[in-house]
Design a protein around this ligand. Structure first.
Ligand SMILES: NC(=O)c1ccc[n+]([C@@H]2O[C@H](COP(=O)([O-])OP(=O)(O)OC[C@H]3O[C@@H](n4cnc5c(N)ncnc54)[C@H](O)[C@@H]3O)[C@@H](O)[C@H]2O)c1
Length: 256
């Protein structure tokens, strides 16, 4: 196992489950102390136990990342515990599957709050520490749905498109302070989020059988594969990659 994050501190939002959990585990295996901000306390505790069982140091802060004050408090707690933040992986997010005309203003605002505002809050909380240190790396989880549109997911596609632009904006504004910001844009992943999304799309008449998924992306993506892409972008291996969105889809986008 490489040790690309030895001596570093990484924060993972949505690090209790799915790709965020896979990233938190691997960041720890590669030497980082890890702060996890996630709303799911039960899975958060499981991830903490797994990291500690491997000899790693971790702090879990139960946080709804759509709440700015809670995110700032969480980052403050990580700084108090570990003294620095070198890497920020903004992974927490969710999806609403609904016909556009049935999408309420409350649905729209909730999705923007969880998917977009969360990144606004965490970047605002973490960037001053990275600026003071003169270095830092941020990765945001976006989606191929932030680049190509899919029916029944207008709010989701819009939110992920916004996250891609936030990624570029931060890259441009903070490059000269030694900070990079990139995103990973996955296709369908075998996580609670991905399974619910596919199930709800099937209920509304779309085809998401294993065969349909195989036609689009060869096979379903595993959470560890998204984590590996995110860690590459967070690591010094990606030292000259900034403002980029790395599509993690096994060639699906290449066929469009
Ligand atoms: N699963 C897919 O097919 C897929 C594809 C592309 C992009 N994504 C993106 O990945 C993310 C979903 O992650 P996953 O697929 O690993 O699924 P997941 O559901 O296993 O993990 C998401 C994690 O985010 C946490 N979370 C959700 N809302 C939160 C909130 N308000 N505050 C704090 N934590 C919160 C959950 O508790 C969970 O631990 C989203 O950003 C989504 O847009 C997923």
């Amino acid at each position: 196992m490489m040790k690309r994050f030895e001596g570093q501190v990484a924060v993972v939002s949505g690090g209790a489950d799915g790709c965020g959990r896979a990233a938190a585990l691997r960041l720890s295996q590669e030497g980082a102390k890890v702060g996890i901000l996630d709303v799911n306390g039960e899975m958060g505790m499981k991830t903490v136990a797994d990291i500690e069982a491997g000899g790693g140091e971790v702090l879990f802060i139960r946080t709804d990342v759509s709440n700015g004050a809670a995110v700032h408090a969480g980052i403050k707690a990580v700084m108090a515990a570990f003294g620095r933040i070198d890497a920020l992986y903004n992974h927490a997010g969710t999806v609403i599957v609904k016909p556009f005309l049935e999408t309420s203003e409350a649905d729209w605002n909730r999705l923007m709050a969880i998917n977009v505002n969360s990144m606004f809050h965490s970047c605002q909380a973490v960037l001053p520490h990275m600026i003071a240190a003169g270095s830092g790396a941020i990765v945001n989880t976006t989606s191929i749905s932030g680049i190509t549109a899919s029916a029944l997911e207008a709010a989701y596609c819009t939110s992920k498109g916004a996250c891609i632009q936030l990624t570029r904006s931060i890259a441009v504004e903070f490059r000269d302070q030694g900070i990079r910001c990139n995103s990973v844009a996955p296709a369908l992943i075998r996580t609670a989020h991905g399974m619910r999304e596919a199930e709800e799309l099937v209920t509304l008449g779309q085809d998401w059988s294993d065969g349909d998924v195989a036609k689009m992306q060869g096979r379903i993506c595993e959470p560890e594969e998204v984590a590996a892409a995110a860690l590459f972008l967070l690591s010094k291996d990606a030292s000259f990659i900034n403002g980029e969105t790395l599509i993690v889809d096994n060639g699906q986008f290449a066929t469009t």
